[in-house]
Design a protein around this ligand. Structure first.
Ligand code: FO1
Length: 306
C-alpha cells in the first residue's frame, strides 16, 4: 500500500498513473482541502473533485478540472442577477456541491461523503480529505488577504504574495484513516503539486508532518519545478515572492526534515549533487506527464524505485 499526498491538476496526473497500476486497497490518496471554498451556501472541494472526476473518467480533459462537456446555464443566470460569477461552476459540477453540502448538513463527514463519491464515480483509489474540518488557505498579498481561489481565479495570480495562512488548521485533526495509512504505507509520495498551496496545507494539519518525520517509511517528493518553471500554476512566482530561489533545490529544502528521496527532472540533472548534499537520495527521470502513458510510466518508475 502506498500513500500519495496530492493537490489539484498537476498532482492528479501522478495519482492517475498510480491508479492504473494499483488496486483501490493499494492506493490511498490524501487530498488537499485548503482550496475549499463556501459559495452560495455550498461547500466546494476543488482538489478532491479533480481527483475523483479524473479517476472516474469524467474530468474535462482541456482544463484538468470540472466535468467534461459541462454546461454553464446556472452560472449565466447568476451573472444576470449580478451575483459573483468569477468561479466557473458547471451545472453538473454544481450537483456534486449540492449533494455534498446537503450530506454535510445532515451530519455526514467529508471523509464519508468523499468515500461515497469515489464509489459512485468508480474512482479507483481510497481518497481521504486531509481533515474533516474547513481550513481554507488565505494568502497575505500586496492587495490584502485573499482566499486562495480569489487569488488564483478572480485576481489571476497577479497580487504579490507575502505570506500564507492555513486558517483554523491549529485545531483541525487529520481525517480518520490518514494517520493509519501513513503508518502502514510502504511508501509515501508527495505529488508534483505546489508546495505552498497544495502540499503545505496538508502538512499544516497537526500530526501529519510529525508522522512523516517519525515514520521509517520512505518519503518521496516529485519536483513541481522544472527548468526554472512551474509545471502548472503559480509555484515559481510564489517561490520567488516568498524569498526562495525558483529551483527544485528550494522545494527539497521545504521538505528536508522528513524527506528521503527527491525526484528531479532530467532537464535539471545538474542539480543532483546539490540535493544529495541535503542528505537526500535523488532519482533523475522525465517527470513531465503529457499523456496517460507518461503518467503510468512515471508511476511505474517510482514504484520500482520503492
Ligand atoms: N480553475 C480556473 O482556472 N477557473 C475557474 O473558474 C475554476 C473553477 C473551478 C470550479 C470547480 C472546481 O472543482 C475547480 C475549479 N477550478 C477553476 C480549478 C481550481 O481553482 C484549481 O485548479 C485548484 O483549486 C488548484 O488546485
Amino acid at each position: 500500500m502506498i500513500v500519495a499526498l496530492a493537490g489539484g491538476v498537476g498532482g492528479t496526473k501522478l495519482v492517475l498513473g498510480f491508479s492504473r497500476l494499483l488496486s483501490r486497497d493499494q492506493l490511498t490518496v490524501i487530498g488537499n482541502t485548503g482550496d475549499d471554498l463556501e459559495m452560495f451556501g455550498l461547500r466546494i472541494c476543488p482538489d478532491l473533485d479533480t481527483i475523483a472526476y479524473t479517476l472516474g473518467g469524467q474530468v474535462n480533459p482541456e482544463t484538468g478540472w470540472g466535468i467534461e462537456q459541462d454546461t454553464f446555464a446556472c452560472l449565466k443566470a447568476l451573472q444576470q442577477l449580478g451575483a459573483p460569477s468569477w468561479f466557473n461552476l458547471g451545472d453538473r459540477d454544481l450537483a456534486t456541491h449540492l449533494w455534498r453540502t446537503s450530506l454535510l448538513q445532515q451530519g455526514h463527514s467529508l471523509t464519508q461523503i468523499t468515500e461515497k463519491m469515489c464509489q459512485m464515480l468508480e474512482a479507483n483509489c481510497r481518497l481521504l480529505p486531509m481533515t474533516d474540518s474547513y481550513t481554507p488557505t488565505y494568502l497575505v498579498t500586496d492587495q490584502g488577504e485573499l482566499h486562495l481561489q480569489e487569488y488564483l481565479i478572480r485576481e489571476k495570480c497577479r497580487p504579490v504574495v507575502r505570506d500564507l495562512r492555513y486558517v483554523d488548521t491549529e485545531t483541525a485533526a487529520p481525517a480518520p484513516g490518514t494517520s493509519e495509512a501513513i503508518l502502514k504505507a510502504e511508501g509515501v509520495f508527495l505529488c508534483p503539486s505546489n508546495p505552498f498551496i497544495s502540499i503545505g496545507p496538508i502538512l499544516a494539519v497537526p500530526g501529519i508532518r510529525e508522522l512523516l518525520v517519525q515514520t521509517d517509511t520512505p518519503v518521496f517528493a516529485i519536483t513541481p519545478i522544472v527548468n526554472h518553471r512551474a509545471l502548472k500554476g503559480p509555484a515559481a512566482k510564489m517561490l520567488e515572492e516568498l524569498g526562495h530561489p525558483v529551483s527544485p533545490v528550494a522545494v527539497a529544502k521545504l521538505y528536508q526534515d522528513f524527506l528521503d528521496v527527491f525526484v528531479l527532472d532530467e532537464q535539471d540533472a545538474q542539480l543532483r549533487k546539490e540535493i544529495e548534499a541535503l542528505d537526500l537520495k535523488v532519482i533523475v527521470t522525465n517527470t513531465i506527464m503529457n499523456d496517460d502513458q507518461e503518467k503510468v510510466h512515471l508511476a511505474e518508475i517510482l514504484l520500482e524505485m520503492l
